[in-house]
Design a protein around this ligand. Structure first.
Ligand SMILES: NC(=O)c1ccc[n+]([C@@H]2O[C@H](COP(=O)([O-])OP(=O)(O)OC[C@H]3O[C@@H](n4cnc5c(N)ncnc54)[C@H](OP(=O)(O)O)[C@@H]3O)[C@@H](O)[C@H]2O)c1
Length: 227
C-alpha cells in the first residue's frame, strides 16, 4: 500500500486466471494503473513471478476456482489486503477436450469438467466475493464469440460460455439495487496458450496481443465506472 493512501481510497481489482494470456496482461494493466490487484491461478511459479514483477500491491493466491476452499482463501486474501473490490474480472477459462471434437465425438465426462470451470466455478467465485463488491463495482465475464456463433468443434466450449453469459445478464439485473454492473466481454481472438491449443495452425501475426486486449478491456471498465 502506497504511503499516505488509505485502504478504502484505493481502487481494487480481482482477476481470476492471471498466470498466463489475457489474465496476466489484465493483472499487469490494473497494477500499472495504480490499482491494488489480487489474482489467482493454479501454476504457482507463474503467480510468484507476476507478484515479483508487479510489486507490493500485487497479491497472488494459488487457487483452483473449482474448489470452494480455494475460493474462500482468495476471498480472505482480498479481505485482509484491499478489503473491498471495485472490479472483478472472471477471466479463468477452460477449453475442454482436445483436439476440439465434433458434437457427436464429445465426451460427456470431459464436458462436465469444462462446465465445472466455465460455469460452476464462476458461480462459486461471484457468490464468495459478492459481499466485498463496493458501490459502483463492475463484474466482467470474459466470454467468446463462440458463445454466439456456431463454429464446428466448439459446441462444448461455446455452450459453456453461453450458459454463463445468460447468468451474468441475470446477475446484472439483480445487482442494480447495489449499483453494480455485470457484463460479458468478448476479447476477440488472441495469441495465447489457449488459442494455440485450440487452433495450432493459426497465423499468430493475425491474432490480437493479450496486452492490447487487456488495454481495451481496462478502458471499457473504467468508462463504465465513469472514470
Ligand atoms: N485466446 C482467445 O482467442 C480467446 C478468445 C475469446 C475468449 N477467450 C477467453 O479468455 C480467457 C483467458 O484465456 P487465454 O486465451 O488468456 O488463455 P490462457 O493463457 O490459457 O489462460 C487461461 C487462464 O485461466 C486460468 N485457469 C484455468 N482454469 C483455472 C482454474 N480451474 N482455476 C484457476 N485458474 C484457472 C489459467 O491458470 P492456471 O492454469 O495457472 O490455473 C490461466 O491463467 C478465457 O476465459 C478464454 O475462454 C480467449
Amino acid at each position: 500500500m502506497k504511503e499516505g493512501t488509505r485502504k478504502e481510497d484505493r481502487r481494487s481489482a480481482v482477476v481470476t486466471g492471471c498466470t498466463s494470456g489475457l489474465g496476466r496482461s489484465l493483472f499487469r494493466k490494473f497494477s500499472g494503473e495504480g490499482w491494488h490487484v489480487t489474482g489467482c491461478g493454479r501454476r504457482v511459479d507463474l503467480l510468484d513471478s507476476l507478484r515479483t514483477e508487479c510489486g507490493p500491491d500485487a497479491v497472488t493466491v494459488p487457487c483452483d476456482i473449482r474448489l470452494e476452499n480455494h475460493v474462500s482463501a482468495l476471498r480472505r486474501a482480498v479481505e485482509t489486503t484491499a478489503g473491498h473490490i471495485d472490479v472483478l474480472v472472471l477471466n479463468a477459462g477452460a477449453l475442454g477436450q482436445l483436439p476440439l471434437p465434433g458434437f457427436l465425438a464429445t465426451s460427456v465426462m470431459e464436458l462436465r469438467k469444462l462446465y465445472e470451470t466455465n460455469v460452476f466455478a464462476n458461480f462459486t467465485v461471484v457468490k464468495a466475493l459478492s459481499g466485498l463488491l463496493r458501490d459502483g463495482a463492475v463484474i466482467a465475464h470474459i466470454t467468446s464469440d463462440a458463445s454466439r456463433i456456431p463454429y464446428e468443434g466448439w459446441a462444448g466450449y461455446g455452450s459453456s460460455k453461453a450458459a454463463f453469459n445468460l447468468a451474468v445478464d441475470v446477475l446484472n439485473l439483480e445487482l442494480r439495487g447495489r449499483n453494480i454492473r455485470a457484463l460479458n466481454v468478448d476479447p476477440g481472438d488472441m495469441d495465447t496458450e489457449m488459442h494455440r491449443l485450440a487452433v495450432p495452425d493459426a497465423d499468430a501475426s493475425k491474432l490480437k496481443k493479450p496486452d492490447d486486449a487487456a488495454s481495451e478491456i481496462y478502458r471499457l471498465i473504467v468508462s463504465l465506472k465513469g472514470e
